[in-house]
Design a protein around this ligand. Sequence first.
Ligand code: CTP
Ligand code: CA
Length: 226
Amino acid sequence: RWRLGRSGPLAGRKVVVTAGGTQEPIDAVRVITNRSSGKQGYALAQAALDVGAEVVLITTSTALTPPYGARVIMVRTAADMLEAVLREIQDAEALLMAAAVADFRPRVVHGQKIKKEDGIPALELEATPDILMAVAEQRAQLGYPRRVIGFAAESDDLLIHAQEKLQRKRLDMIVANDISATDAGFEVDTNRVTLLFADGRIQALPLMSKEAVAEAIIQQLVAMLT
Ligand code: CTP
Ligand code: CA
């Protein structure tokens, strides 16, 4: 692997990456979560390190080993991730929001394990905070992070949904990921993505390894920051 490290184009500049699926507790042992291996997020953290960035990886527990050199912050819930993100972006050049944030969480969390013999619990759900929407608010106030990149995994009308999220979440770029194919997205090592930019540009990338996708995204980030 070609590593520019300290002489790279993002040398000494802070990049925050989120990865993994948040876990929203139902009780002491059960959670609601999203399908996410964390692979794309960890590959992004590595690619950012390779161009010299100071990387903070905010991640849920995954089966992966965090890239050497990243500062790792472990979180569980969307609320925990929100707090860590809002704190870490205050002096960051960029946020790459690759985490799969659960959209719903149980309204009531049982401290003890719910027993089967007590019957099937009725789960009342509430919305989790939208982290990127909170980031947009804070960024409007503080001016940081300078660049925000979001991700959209969609099973249909990929570009329409991605375009809508790009605008609603006030992103500089969104990585649209087609999860309808079996060779891209969840639990595989490859991804087929299209990059959509705030200025209207669109760039479709071929099927590539998640490492190559990460390098392409970081190249775009470098171009946006330099
Ligand atoms: N995201 C976030 N906070 C949430 C949900 C999502 O910051 N509570 C981020 C994701 O990390 C991703 C982007 O928003 O970078 C798009 O996520 P996605 O799930 O596609 O969008 P949602 O707004 O949750 O819409 P939906 O799931 O209904 O498609
Ligand atoms: Ca969602």
